[in-house]
Design a protein around this ligand. Structure first.
Ligand code: HEM
Length: 291
């Protein structure tokens, strides 16, 4: 019996949901950077005394919430799908999407506290709440990326070496663009569009480096693997430094510069090390999924 269009598979659904989460985080960053965080007259779930926003800043915040609601339901749908198709998906895939689903209501609560629940929570709009909202959002994205990666196991058209090279290349390219857009570079004014773009590019590069780290582990290429993993970890530190969670002094700016420079060097080193690696047809492939 056909259960739906053949093109709609769990892995494609997971990839789409991950893209929605990436866009959502970028929209959240844009909301914060434009100073629209409290624009809905400090109301939630309403906005400006009603369902619809009444000004441009309110619209920016409202749109972030709307996107969050759609993405939240998609994440929940992913968990339901993963458990219904549990005989065709690995436990890692199921648990990763389930954890993302558990974190999503928590994230909505942090968002609601950020807008101070109709002004009822003094101190809701504060650095610790912003930090929690950012870190939980990042965790949801990382878990969805992992869900997608594991759901694609055994379904790739390229071998693990070609994929790893591609992923390291995407990670390296993304790191360079992120550097240009980042808070440290004089090229970027780090205004709202640059901030939103910095996080969109950084999250894409992070996902690519996560994929490279996983596939290089399968290949037993431990040094490039450590380099790709290290670059991804440093990119995360750069993303944290891109928010106003610590006072952005000259010393912190230098640390930010150093973190990105070492991340680029590590990704470039991984790409260089992979140049000489020969493909090995005997290398193991993950068990495939039917969904
Ligand atoms: C899965 C759901 C969500 C994700 C992944 C997400 C992600 C983010 C991120 C990454 C930021 C930027 C934080 C920063 O500046 O460091 C942000 C900002 C914000 N989010 Fe969300 N968000 C979600 C849901 C919500 C919800 C449901 C609300 C409202 C109830 C909300 C309200 C806000 C507000 C007001 C800001 C701006 C904060 C500021 O002005 O600094 N978010 N969001």
């Amino acid at each position: 019996m056909t259960r739906g269009p053949d093109r709609l598979t769990f892995r494609r659904y997971a990839a789409f949901t991950t893209g929605m989460a990436l866009t959502l985080i970028s929209l959240g960053i844009y909301t914060a950077a434009t100073g629209a965080g409290l624009a809905c007259a400090q109301q939630w779930p309403l906005c400006d005394g009603g369902v619809l926003p009444q000004s441009i800043p309110s619209f920016i915040e409202w749109f972030h919430r709307l996107w969050a609601m759609i993405t939240g339901f998609l994440i929940l749908g992913g968990a339901v799908w993963a458990w219904r198709a549990r005989d065709r998906l690995t436990a890692r895939t199921r648990y990763a999407v389930t954890l993302a689903t558990v974190l999503t209501p928590l994230q909505a609560i942090f968002g609601a506290i950020t807008v101070t629940l109709n002004g009822a929570l003094p101190g809701g709009y504060s650095a610790p709440v912003h930090a929690a909202h950012f870190l939980t959002g990042f965790s949801i994205f990382a878990l969805l990326s992992y869900t997608t990666l594991t759901a694609y196991d055994g379904r790739f058209s390229r071998d693990a070496l070609a994929r790893s090279r591609l992923a390291v290349g995407v990670g390296l390219g993304g790191l360079v663009v992120a550097w240009v857009l980042s808070r440290i570079d004089p090229v970027s004014s780090y205004g709202p569009p640059e901030q939103a773009a910095f996080y969109a590019v950084s999250l894409s590069a992070f996902a690519a480096l996560l994929a490279a780290t996983r596939w290089l582990g399968d290949l037993g290429e431990l040094i490039p693997r450590a380099a790709a993993g290290g670059a991804g970890a440093l990119l995360f530190v750069a993303m944290v430094l891109g928010r106003d969670l610590v006072v952005y002094s000259a010393a912190v700016r230098f640390v930010n510069w150093l973190v990105l420079a070492v991340a680029v060097a590590l990704a470039a080193g991984a790409a260089w090390a992979l140049r000489g690696v020969e493909p090995d047809v005997e290398r193991p492939v993950y068990g495939s999924t039917d969904d």
